[in-house]
Write a protein that binds this ligand. Sequence first.
Ligand code: ADP
Length: 399
Amino acid sequence: MSILVINAGSSSVKFGQFDFESLEPTARGLLDWAGQARRAVVTLTPADGPAVRAEVDVPDYRAGVIAALRMLRESKLVGDAAGIRVVGHRLIHGGEEIRRPVRIDAAMKETIARYKHLAPLHVPAGLEAIAATESALPGVLQVGLFDTAFFADIPPSAYLYPVPYAWYEDWGIRRYGFHGTSHAYCTDRATEMLDRARAGLRLVICHLGQGGSATAVRDGVAVTNTMGFTPLEGFMMGSRCGTVDPGILLYVMREKGLSFGELDEVLHHRSGLLGLSGLSADFRRVETAAAEGHRRAQLALDVYAYRVKTMIGALAVTLAGIDALVFTGGIGENSAWLRAEVCRGLECLGVRLDEQRNAACRPDADVAAADSPARVLVIHTREDLMIARESRRLALESP
Ligand code: ADP
């Protein structure tokens, strides 16, 4: 029996299959439209064999997911429908209502749909993936894990914005936090690596991928996250700006005539590493260019590291100090330069990096100096495994 994990993005869908008993990954899949409207590519990769690839004609998103699920079954990678005990979905937004992993039924689909306006690309994609699963795998239990749920307990002082209170009451404008599945996984993994109880443990977890956010965690519970009402707040990202003075937005609209649409495009797709370097939203490419002497690439990296460092400081004071700093995500796991640059100056928080361990790091690893009061952990995030684990738990609890 197996668990199928589905991560429905706006222009691609990732699949992961896990053995129900051992939670070992057995296959993964990708459905990618790559900019085409009615044609998509499905790639299936078994854990122990070569990938198979096929192009499918699909009229819409749901049909794409149905086609990919059919391929998964026909390839015998996931076995027949009876072999799939539970399907776990990664879902982006559960508002204030959804605080833990849930069983998806008709009422839950309605609840999820209420948050469409808060994540207009991702919530509909998640609902389409749920509908596709219902159609391709009728009767199979479906479970949802929400990126916002890990932040259900952050206090009002951390989640309220200093704008009219009615914006919160009437429009739900508050900080929600994102990347919760990754932060929850890293919380568990860090606790295990440190061989500590959750009680009393203070962590700052930096998830640095295409998007980026940090979470302060005390006693295993999130205290705050740097992303806010939307995933645009917080760290500078690949092509997203992160936190900027909102006065800039008023200024460029009023004085430079930028429309809502232009601003939306610039802040999401033409800012961050891409905006500053003028080269790429991809950290590795910017790092390579900087090493070759590209001045603006280096500038982009410097701003990136500065912002990560200062936000770690802000989170650390909410915990009155840290026991461990965690790096994860494609950049956090792979860029030794970034980790070293961020940790320089964090000695005041008891963070002392071992330069050699950092340079040679293979996650999961502790790269702090032996005498460092705070540990520095590099963890390979496994959101899919987290979803598989929780889906299994709910399946075992279900009648
Ligand atoms: P996503 O947020 O889409 O899941 P990832 O977590 O895979 O993305 O992170 C993607 C980022 O990680 C990219 O900016 C990429 O350049 C960066 N990255 C991946 N490998 C390396 C590396 N070896 N060195 C530096 N950056 C890397």
